[in-house]
Design a protein around this ligand. Structure first.
Ligand code: C2E
Ligand code: CA
Ligand code: CA
Length: 948
């Protein structure tokens, strides 16, 4: 506080110069003080000495005056009192000097403590003087004289004592003063020492130490260490040292910065040098330097490699003219001169360079004018651009392809933004290049594909860099189109995607055609239901699903009953319509997840997946049965059919599609066998039945080979005469292991397997031969009927001409034979069958409609074919009772047949009653156990002989 206010004082020494001045003044004042003090001390001691002297003088004068006065008394002659007055005066003067100081010597008055002694002394003096004066004056009596003398002597003694006392006091005082002076000078000395010490400390602090630090800094700078800085304590001072320290710091900073700059510049220079060296040594580019004469004065190794000349050769003022054709050189020269003469600074152009071996190379030249060793020069680069030229040419070709290819091309960046499209793209999509550029292909999205489609696409693209497939997009006009797209990623050298190239063609028409072909291949054109092929795929798929879900599914095999009949009665168009309606009804019976298929003909399948319980299927089956059994309204007709169904379950009834379908078929077969219009669930026994059928078939084949078949003949009698007028040939199989097998057990199988064709042929030939024998031997007009299966007639292996030739060979007329056909023949008839029947009829053969009443029993058949006989089925005959419905039906059939000119044969007549009733009903012929069982040829021969 005090110091700071002091510092604010204008006279406060700030500079060293001021401080030195102030220090000099202080030292001067100190010296002066010392001198004055010493002087004062000396004067005081002088004063004391003088005082003592004066006191001594006064002692001496007092005594002398008394003595001389005494002496003058004793010796009045003597001139004793001659000096008395001067002595008194001197005494008085001395006293005055002591009492008041002054006089010429500048005597100080007696210190106050001595003054009482002086006063005492002076009083003694006064008394002594009085006594002396009295003595001097008293010339009276000797007594008086003596008294005066004694008084004088006493006064003088008293004076002497008083002076002695004063002198003693003065001596004591002098001693004290001397001692005080000694202390004073000691104190003065200490003060001096203190002040000097303080001065030293200040100098050390403010001058010496800073100088020392600055010195250290200077020494460091001498050692090139410029990092040292004078502390703020110094620099902040407003002294010369502060300024010096600041200057030193600034110089150090400056020098340090300079050094850094120098170091940086040097490093930069080194880097540039290194770069140039690196460039020149390793550059892919050739580096050259030309002088005014257009000669090379520098060429790097690359230049040597490019030109084919050695680097040494090139560096020895190699004329550039050798590197170019004359015209090219002229241009090069002009360009170089332009730069050398300062018209241009840099140049860049392409030329063809002639190499040492005469080959040519495309180059690009860069050159800049510069000064080299005080001379104008050109420095530059030459780059071999033959690769680039080739690339450019290839790019031009690629661009041509891009522009002119018929396939749409689109290039996007890695993020999918369109970079470029070709004209074919615009043609296919309707988007002009500006409309799509910078946008995403997703603007063409049709919404046909879900996000998972695009996710999968991108996943594959990112993984393999490639994707191809069909994608449905939308044209600019909104129309959808299918494109066959291939996307390929193009990569940067670092492996990141540079761009995606999409290539596509519009395959809409193609795909639609393929789809329709596929649809045709997989769907039934009639019912639009999946066909057999599709069914098989679906079945596999369901098996796959059931394996995962562990839920069983049902496969139901459906076969329409009596479909053939409808088809043949009302024509194929109606049959087709019926199938369409069946399909519709089937669709109505099942859930959306169930699968319906038409395997062909009147065969359908149902797949009912995801069953919780197997029983769940049965209500559906019943529903189907009911739905199918409803009447069908066809054009002009109402028809009834039914369906037989076989049910199998996966995995219970088979673990693959083939087994399942086979078992369903077997079950269906069982349903048919049980009387149709029902469903049967597959049972392993059906498999066994099938197995036994397979064995039977094997035996049947062998039997045909081994001629194990024989014909039995059942007489057909005239109802009135009951005479055998004809017979029906019935086949029997004498199987070595099975014994005599009835046709009911193998005809179906023979028909199914096609064996009926050779078998039927054998029957025909055997019967014809037998008949020829009987006609020649017994009865010339005897006739035989034989059974013909529809399969036979349909078969191409069977040829009518062979039969006719055979008959001719036997000399048998056609009319000796009757073919028994069932309604089935007519139902399943095709052109082939009709033609065969007509040809046989034309040869005279007769036709009998067998089992009439069991089938469709349509009169239209009778009209269509020229039927000669109707054979009323045994089922009617066996139930014949008077007045019963069957009787009425029999009568109706007979009447109707007769009206059409058709004879009627009653089958299975077993009793007299039946015979009678049929006879009464007007039936023409009878056949049955009542007349005769089927018998061997031998037995019939005998019978015929008997009747003859
Ligand atoms: P179908 O043509 O109706 O032949 C008549 C069947 O009735 C014969 O049985 C015969 O033995 C039987 N039958 C005749 N009268 C009576 C009777 O009073 N009571 C009973 N209960 N049955 C009687 P079969 O010989 O067993 O033949 C069965 C079927 O096999 C035939 O029925 C025919 O459809 C077929 N069949 C027989 N032979 C041939 C053949 O050579 N070719 C073809 N394609 N089928 C044949
Ligand atoms: Ca028959
Ligand atoms: Ca029959």
């Amino acid at each position: 506080m005090f110091v700071s206010s002091l510092r604010a004082w204008p006279w406060w020494p700030r500079t060293i110069q001021h401080k030195v001045v102030w220090a000099a003044i202080a030292i001067f004042l100190l010296g002066l003080g010392n001198v004055v003090t010493l002087q004062w001390l000396l004067r005081r001691s002088d004063n004391i000495a003088a005082t003592l002297n004066l006191a001594g003088k006064m002692r001496m004068l007092g005594q002398r005056a008394a003595l001389e006065t005494l002496a003058a008394r004793q010796d009045p002659s003597g001139d004793w009192l001659r000096g008395y007055d001067s002595q008194v005066q001197t005494f008085e003067r001395a006293y005055q000097t002591l009492a008041q100081g002054g006089s010429a010597a500048g005597h100080a008055p007696l210190p106050p403590e001595l003054r009482p002694k002086l006063a005492d002394l002076y009083a003694s003096w006064q008394r002594s003087r009085q006594a002396m004066q009295a003595l001097q004056a008293a010339s009276a009596t000797p007594a008086d004289q003596a008294g005066d003398m004694a008084a004088t002597m006493q006064a003088s003694a008293q004076l002497l004592a008083q002076t002695e006392q004063l002198m003693d006091a003065i001596v004591v005082y002098a001693d004290t003063a001397h001692r005080r002076a000694l202390w004073s000078s000691l104190v003065l000395f200490l003060l001096d020492a203190l002040l000097l010490g303080l001065g030293y400390l200040l100098v050390a602090r403010h001058v010496l130490r800073p100088i020392e630090q600055l010195g250290a800094q200077c020494r460091a700078m001498v050692r090139r260490d410029y990092s040292m800085r004078a502390p703020a304590a110094i620099t902040e001072r407003q002294t010369e040292l502060g300024a010096l320290a600041q200057a030193l710091n600034q110089s150090a900073t400056h020098v340090e910065k300079l050094l850094q700059d120098v170091a940086l510049e040097r490093a930069a220079l080194e880097q540039v040098q290194a770069m140039f060296n690196g460039l020149a040594d390793n550059a892919v580019a050739s580096i050259y330097m030309l002088n005014v004469e257009v000669e090379l004065i520098y060429a790097n190794a690359q230049m040597a490699q490019l030109t084919g000349y050695s680097q040494r050769e090139l560096n020895e003022r190699f004329p550039m003219a050798r590197l170019f054709t004359p015209q090219a050189y002229e241009q090069v020269c002009r360009s170089v001169q332009d730069r050398l003469q300062g018209r241009t600074r840099t140049a860049r152009y392409e030329r063809i360079l002639l190499r040492a071996d005469g080959s040519q190379v495309d180059i690009e030249i860069f050159g800049t004018a510069m000064q080299h060793q005080g001379q104008p020069a050109v420095i530059g680069l030459i780059i071999d651009i033959s690769e680039r030229k080739r690339n450019e040419a290839s790019m031009r070709r690629a661009s041509l392809v891009f522009q002119h290819t018929r396939e749409a091309l689109v290039v996007t960046d890695a993020s999918g933004l369109v970079l470029d499209v070709n004209p074919a793209f615009t043609q296919v999509t309707g988007y002009a290049a500006p409309a799509i550029m910078g946008r995403r292909m997703s603007i063409m999205s049709s919404g046909q594909h879900g996000p998972e489609f695009y996710e999968a696409m991108w996943r594959q693209l990112l993984q393999t860099g490639h994707w191809s497939g069909d994608i449905t997009n939308r044209r600019a006009d909104g129309a959808e189109f299918i494109s066959e797209l291939t996307v390929t990623a193009s990569y940067n050298p670092d492996g990141s995607v540079h761009s995606y190239i999409g290539l596509f063609t519009d395959v809409t028409a193609q795909r639609q055609q393929q789809a329709s072909i596929w649809h045709q291949a997989h769907y039934d054109h009639l019912t639009q239901l999946p066909n057999r092929q599709m069914f098989q795929q679906n079945l596999l798929h369901c098996i796959e699903q059931a394996r995962h879900s562990r839920l069983p599914f049902a496969l139901v095999f459906l076969d329409l009953d009596f479909f053939k009949e409808v088809n043949d009665t009302f024509g194929h168009d109606q049959g087709d319509e019926l199938l369409r309606q069946v399909a519709r009804r089937l669709r109505g019976c099942v859930r959306a997840t169930d699968l319906i298929a038409r395997l062909g003909g009147d065969e359908f399948t149902l797949i009912l997946p995801g069953l919780q319980q197997l029983d769940d299927v049965y209500p559906i089956c019943r529903k189907v049965l009911q739905a199918i059994a409803q009447p069908y309204e066809l054009t002009n007709n109402t028809v009834h059919i039914s369906v037989s169904m076989g049910v199998t379950f996966y995995p219970r009834d088979g673990d693959d599609g083939v087994a399942l379908l086979k078992h369903a078929d077997l079950a269906m077969y069982a349903a048919k066998a049980k009387g149709r219009n029902q469903f049967a669930v597959f049972e392993p026994e059906m498999e066994q039945a099938a197995q036994s059928r397979r064995l039977l078939l094997r035996d049947l084949e062998a039997g045909l080979e081994q001629r194990e078949f024989v014909l039995h003949y059942q007489p057909i009698v005239d109802m009135h005469s009951q005479r055998t007028v004809k017979a029906e040939a019935l086949v029997r199989w004498q199987q070595p292991q099975r014994g005599m097998v009835q046709p009911g057990e193998f005809i179906d199988l023979a028909e199914e397997s096609g064996l009926i064709v050779p078998l039927g042929d054998w029957v025909f030939r055997e019967a014809a031969q037998q008949l020829a024998q009987w006609r020649s031997m017994l009865a010339a007009d005897f006739k035989l009927s034989f059974n013909v299966s529809p399969i036979q007639l349909q078969s191409n292996e069977h040829r009518v001409i062979d039969w006719l030739v055979f008959l001719q060979g036997l000399g048998l007329p056609g009319r000796a034979l009757t073919m028994e056909i069932t309604e089935r023949v007519l139902l399943e008839a095709d052109k082939n069958t009709d033609a065969k029947l007509h040809n046989l009829q034309a040869a005279g053969m007769q036709l009998a409609l067998d089992d009439f009443g069991t089938g469709y029993s349509s009169l239209s058949y009778l009209k269509r074919l020229d039927i000669d006989y109707i054979k009323i089925d045994r089922s009617f005959v066996s139930h014949l009772q008077a007045g019963a419905q069957d009787m009425v039906l029999c009568q109706a059939i007979i009447v109707m047949a007769h009206q059409l000119g058709i004879k009627v044969v009653a089958e299975g007549v077993e009793t007299q009653a039946q015979h009678d009733m049929l006879l009464a009903a007007g039936c023409d012929y009878g056949q049955g156990y009542y007349y005769c069982r089927p018998i061997s040829a031998q037995m019939l021969t005998e019978r015929l002989q008997r009747e003859a």
